[in-house]
Design a binder for this molecule. Sequence first.
Ligand code: GLC
Ligand code: CA
Length: 526
Amino acid sequence: MRHWWEDAVFYQIYPRSFADSNGDGIGDLAGIRGKLGYLRGLGVDALWISPFFKSPMKDFGYDVSDYCDVDSMFGTLDDLKSLVHDAKSRGIRIVLDLVANHSSDEHPWFREARASKDSPKHGWYLWVPDSGRPPNNWKAIFELGTAWHPNPATGERYLGTFTRYQPEFDWRNADLREAIYDIMRYWYNLGIDGFRLDVATAYLKDERLRSNPFSFKANPDFFQRHIYDRNQIEVHEVFKEMRQVADEAGERVLIGETHGQDPVLAASCHGERDDELNMAFNFEFLYRPWGACSFRESAERWYAALPPGAWPNFTLSNHDQPRHAWRYRSGRLTEARARVAAAMLLTIRGTPFLYYGEEIGMTCERIPRAALKDPLGIATWPLRSLGRDGERTPMQWDSALHAGFTTAEPWLPVNSDYKSRNVAAQEADPVSLLFWYKALIALRRSNAALREGAISFLDLHPDVLAYERAADSGKKVLVLLNFSSRSKRVSLDAPRRCLLGDERKAGEVLGPGAISLGPCEALIVE
Ligand code: GLC
Ligand code: CA
């Protein structure tokens, strides 16, 4: 049986930066609701919304102090219900971001836990006696130094791998597990279609809390192989339990964020009998250099790693990595490359995840030190890292002040190209990137071969990524993507009719024999 998420195009919204409805400079739920018409027009089927729950915002919502309520910054629970309702009526599903590796240090559970060793919640978090030194070499990711933070009230240290404000749960504790499953049930009952599970592969840690071994290759990952602080085999038990809770609620999707780039690790989260997560993010495309062979090799590795029956997925950009338009920038070919990348993401076998703004080619700009917000960006500023603010700047809606995102000063600066690069301008331009995304999504929706067909890669030219998608009905679609900045000749075995091309008209017949693909040309034929 096919599941809805296998056919869906997902669109990730970073709610602070999408649309501000009340003029405080921060995006909100009512803002998203106001843009549902745009999202329907784009053609996406499901939204994954980054956290908007009550939070002290030390990690911009990835530090939750109440999992069942909306932070007032983003609106109210009623705003969420209206958003879910209106989205449903337009055929758009909503997936929430569940941050269940850690809570905020201001969550009532942690407040209770840290007050006394005798508190019933104490065992919901991870503690060691404070001997004045951390118990092992685990490091904090968004601050400098150890991941073990002192708690004078109990004479202990607790684990917080991201910041000290994000204490980590002890997933070996049965009550904690039930509490998280209850949160999931609560949202399922409100009509939520599933969850993206934040750092799901880190839920469990080594029982003996051993130090990670040194590895010279594991840079910038603290030169450690993370075999003890993440990726414990017992996490699969949790995935199975979560899947049961999801299945009891009906067709709900669980999408795991795995920690790291290893496709084999991501693949393992599906379970050997497809009884764990429905999908686990395959992040390799986020780190791949530009090139036909590069992406082909990555995709083939991913397909080979997946257990039988598991459904693949692909992502080019998200809120944690520089946007792909920026990563693959190449002077005047930047836009053409963005078109090739979009054609690949939307025609390769697997569920595509879009990140807000990629459909208009939003890029990253260096944010001045004083305007930085991301704790990672601030901690690593001396190393001149980009941090993550660059990919979180406000959505560029039009050429008005603040790009139509807000009427106030936005929480992060708007990219300087907003006057020319924005939704309104691209909606008026039939050769814009936005039109290209819409055409690709529409084609995918109407074409079974592209949605669910098998994939086989063809060796036509080393610079041309070429694959055929074949539906059960026998219908075939051929995708030709020239990654090179020069024209390339490829040979077609039979006459093919153009379905969509950025340099050719639909209906044009090509071949048989040699055809020439222009620099960064994308062509889809049947
Ligand atoms: C995940 C999120 C990231 C967040 C971190 C801690 O990696 O994607 O944005 O900072 O988890 O929750
Ligand atoms: Ca607002």
